[in-house]
Design a binder for this molecule. Structure first.
Ligand code: ADP
Ligand code: MG
Length: 146
């Protein structure tokens, strides 16, 4: 499965995230990839809004995973950029989150491809300067329905 959206402002990317968050189901994992500044955080904030999370969503760069429990489903926001081994992923107890009853969104999941379940959704954000500074292409892929 593959879907592509094009946005031309942060608000449009947030709105896309919100739509995805509204439709998210328990147990799903969303992996976000894209260079710095492509809008991963913007999309994540919209996603949390779509899950009715009221708490302020901040980047979990130093905490690795941030939990939100006041939305429609538990929401677990990971940023695994600072982790350097699968063992460290074990240490934070990633399995409890991935195979739990909430929704996971993982930034930099491409660093640990072997740990990501095959039914995870991958969202890739890309710029294309020929289409303007605020243009972003967002691609949703899922390898396998289980
Ligand atoms: P990342 O988390 O991928 O590093 P951020 O979401 O923190 O990126 O930042 C994205 C930046 O790009 C913000 O400053 C935002 O205002 C800007 N921006 C411009 N156009 C867009 C767009 N279409 N979608 C998302 N962000 C955009
Ligand atoms: Mg970010």
């Amino acid at each position: 499965m593959k879907k592509i959206w094009e946005t031309n402002s942060p608000a449009e990317t947030a709105a896309l995230g919100e739509q995805l968050g509204k439709r998210a189901k328990k147990g799903q994992i969303y992996c976000l990839t894209g260079d710095l500044g492509t809008g991963k955080t913007v999309l994540t904030k919209g996603f949390a809004k779509g899950l009715d999370v009221q708490e302020h969503v901040t980047s979990p760069t130093f905490t690795i995973v941030q939990e939100y429990h006041d939305g429609r489903l538990p929401f677990y926001h990971f940023d695994v950029y600072r982790l350097s081994s699968e063992e460290e992923m074990d240490d934070i107890g990633y399995e409890e989150y991935f195979f739990g009853s909430g929704v996971c969104l993982v930034e930099w999941a491409e660093l640990f491809p072997h740990l990501i379940p095959r039914d995870a959704y991958w969202l890739t954000l890309e710029k294309d300067y020929t289409k303007g500074e605020d243009y972003r292409r967002v691609t949703l892929c899922q390898e396998e329905e289980i």
